[in-house]
Design a protein around this ligand. Structure first.
Ligand code: SF4
Ligand code: SF4
Length: 73
């Protein structure tokens, strides 16, 4: 794994921009809605994340944080 992300499911409005832009196609829309009634994005296979930051860049709600992992992580 070279990267990982955290999605704040309460900030997310389920627009799917991150789902569309992820080159690894590892982000999906959850089937459980958040407290605002939106179905938020979630990650299905974090081990494939490259830490490219595209998802965080396109998110209009600034709901995604990206972490870059060192080799020993
Ligand atoms: S950082 Fe890149 S690879 Fe990882 S989830 Fe976001 S868009 Fe996908
Ligand atoms: S781009 Fe942001 S607001 Fe849109 S689905 Fe992804 S995390 Fe949610």
């Amino acid at each position: 794994m070279k990267g990982m992300i955290e999605i704040d499911r309460e900030l997310c409005k389920g627009c799917s921009y991150c789902v569309e832009v992820c080159p690894k196609k590892i982000i999906i829309i959850d089937s459980v809605f958040n407290s605002s009634g939106y179905f938020p994005a979630t990650v299905k296979s974090m081990e494939e994340c490259t830490g490219c930051t595209l998802c965080a860049t396109v998110c209009p709600e600034v709901a995604i944080k990206v972490y870059h992992l060192t080799e020993k992580d």
